[in-house]
Design a binder for this molecule. Structure first.
Ligand SMILES: C[S@@+](CC[C@H](N)C(=O)[O-])C[C@H]1O[C@@H](n2cnc3c(N)ncnc32)[C@H](O)[C@@H]1O
Length: 199
């Protein structure tokens, strides 16, 4: 069993993410893809998917993802540090997803990245950020630590609450913005780009 599968309720959030990806989505972008976990989930469950691109900065994770998808030419795994602007030549996507990666970025970069993502989502397409977010109170943070295997702070975490991030998504122009699922510090934040909404 992967570490990710031992995190309480993590799979529940992923299933809600899967449920909201349009059933006609053809092109998928995964930011901070890791071993390609979200791409695997969506490739397995969405027959419409024709192409997926996964970005990550870690050579170890890139190797794992590339190895897993080595015989699947519809999946492209690319090295990219999300601290810098997204590559310009990737085109637009029906769905942009991210799992537990964006919280590593500074708040300023998170906001700038959300703008870049807006430009890369096709009209009517969707952005799903399933991420580690800040607790609303110190007591809830202690509860989170007590209920998970996460026993001490990861120094690279730059946690931000959902309210601020959802407001940014609205300001940028996403519609139907909400937190579609949440358990303590795990949140699924979604926005849809205005256009003919994909189903
Ligand atoms: C907890 S893992 C999650 C992997 C996968 N998305 C999942 O849901 O299982 C976080 C991933 O984000 C990547 N990551 C962290 N900071 C990043 C950055 N600045 N640019 C690109 N990827 C980054 C890490 O290398 C790692 O693979």
């Amino acid at each position: 069993m992967q570490i990710a599968d031992q995190i309480p309720y993590k799979k529940d959030g992923e299933l809600v993410l899967l449920d909201h990806i349009p059933k006609t989505a053809k092109r998928l972008l995964d930011l901070g893809t890791g071993d390609g976990r979200l791409i695997k989930l969506l490739r397995t469950n969405l027959s419409s998917l024709q192409e997926a691109v996964g970005l990550d900065v870690s050579p170890t994770m890139l190797n794992m993802a590339r190895d897993y998808f080595k015989n699947d030419y519809s999946v492209k795994i690319m090295a990219h540090d999300l601290s810098y602007p997204l590559p310009k030549d990737l085109g637009q996507f029906d769905a942009v997803v991210s799992g537990f990666a964006i919280h590593h970025l500074t708040h300023e970069r998170k906001r700038a990245l959300y703008r870049e993502i807006f430009d890369m989502v096709k009209p009517g397409g969707i952005f799903c950020n399933y991420d580690h977010v800040a607790s609303s109170t110190p007591r809830l943070h202690q509860q989170f630590l007590a209920k998970t295997t996460v026993k001490k702070e990861d120094k690279s975490n730059k946690l931000l609450n959902t309210e601020v991030q959802l407001e940014w998504l609205r300001e940028i122009g996403f519609t139907d913005v909400d937190c579609y699922w949440k358990w303590l510090e795990y949140a699924l934040m979604i926005g849809v780009k205005p256009g003919d909404i994909m189903t």
